[in-house]
Design a protein around this ligand. Structure first.
Ligand SMILES: Cc1cc2nc3c(=O)[nH]c(=O)nc-3n(C[C@H](O)[C@H](O)[C@H](O)COP(=O)(O)O)c2cc1C
Length: 342
């Protein structure tokens, strides 16, 4: 699809997830079928630009274009500065976070808390767009602050007037957290009025659900978060289903084994060994969740202290799995609600 001036492989986007969508994971998702992957949010607080975490989040070496970087904050001038800072470091799209319900973010009036203050939304959007005139700026929101304040339509108008080029919407209010099911009516209502591309987000977990959300909302693109954790090949499965109406076979155990090993190498490289081993644990858990024998495996794996034992455990698990079946087979349908931001 054509998206804010870039030609993308498809309209399936990886949702920004702090602590998950680091550079290794974004690269992997793009390799496995995602059209775009938005970075973890980067603070607009310039005092933190030098911190290891913020620098790592702004590292895009070798990343497949276009590079979309999400910024968060509530002070227009600081957001403008953050946009410029990230464009100078390789961002090709700036995404503004007004969708995150995390307490840490909301208490300082950023993320979805901003949705309550429409004039401030307008000032932030205008400041960021003006700060990076050659870079498309996109916005991510929830449907509103709470169920009686679903102001996504007014935010759309403000966004369009401010020069925002696309709007991603998570079909829940801030007050809803992650409870209940995402609703797509508000997204459909916004899409019906929109002159900019609308990206639908929330609870897309399968090829069928992707089709249903596209049909229900008329959205231009889909954004997938939790369901891609430990399952980056979901993008190619959805891509295939949307194109053909048929399912790919589940991936071969041997293929996923190799993908996970390569992912681990990337994590060790990116974070350094000590942090890499720690970050790798959660990814290994996600990859193996629902597979035969995985509960006992995860329990032991989480205690392993170094690269060699971690890799060996992964090898043993996947070799045993391969002896029993050629293709991945999950014990139950995943209810991937673990690892929420808040
Ligand atoms: C671990 C985690 C971290 C997240 N971090 C961010 C973030 O940094 N910025 C943001 O806009 N949304 C963030 N979100 C929200 C997701 O982008 C997405 O809107 C939400 O998970 C709903 O999509 P899903 O049902 O496909 O997971 C995060 C979600 C999770 C689970």
């Amino acid at each position: 699809m054509e998206f804010v001036g870039f030609s993308l492989r498809n309209n399936l986007f990886v949702a920004p997830m702090a602590g998950v969508t680091d550079r290794p994971f974004r690269q992997l998702c793009k390799k496995m079928g995602a059209g775009l992957a938005v970075s973890e949010m980067v603070t607009s607080n310039s005092l933190l630009y030098g911190s290891a975490k913020t620098q790592r989040r702004a590292n895009h070496d070798g990343e497949v274009a276009p590079i979309s970087v999400q910024i968060a904050g509530s002070v227009p001038e600081m957001m403008a500065q953050a946009a410029r800072h990230n464009v100078d470091r390789g961002a090709q799209i700036i995404d503004i976070n007004m969708g995150c319900p995390a307490k840490k973010i909301c208490n300082v009036m950023a993320g979805s808390a901003l949705l309550r203050d429409e004039p401030l939304v307008g000032r932030i959007l205008a400041a960021v767009v003006a700060a990076v005139p050659d870079t498309p700026v996109t916005l991510k929101i929830r449907t509103g602050w709470d169920k009686s304040n679903r102001n996504a339509l007014s935010i759309l108008k403000i966004a369009e007037q401010s020069g925002i080029r696309a709007l991603a919407m998570h079909g829940r209010t801030r007050a809803c957290g992650y409870s209940g099911d995402a609703e797509y009516e508000t997204i459909a209502a916004v899409k019906a009025q929109a002159r900019i591309p609308i990206i639908a987000n929330g609870d897309i977990t399968s090829p069928e659900k992707a089709r249903a959300v596209l049909d229900a909302t008329g959205a231009d693109a889909l954004m997938i978060g939790r369901a891609a954790q430990g399952r980056p090949w979901l993008f190619r499965e959805i891509e295939h289903f949307l194109a053909t109406g048929t399912h790919l076979l589940p991936p071969r155990v041997a293929e996923i084994h190799q993908i996970l090993l390569a992912h681990l190498e990337d994590l060790y490289d990116f974070y350094g060994i000590e942090t890499g081993v720690r970050v790798a644990r959660k990814h290994i858990s996600w990859y193996t969740k629902g597979l035969t024998g995985s509960a006992a495996f995860r329990h032991g794996m989480n205690l392993l202290p170094d690269v060699a034992t971690q890799q060996q455990a992964v090898n043993d698990f996947f070799c045993t799995l391969a002896e029993h079946s050629e293709h991945l087979s999950y014990a139950q349908t995943e209810n991937n609600n673990e690892g929420l931001a808040a």
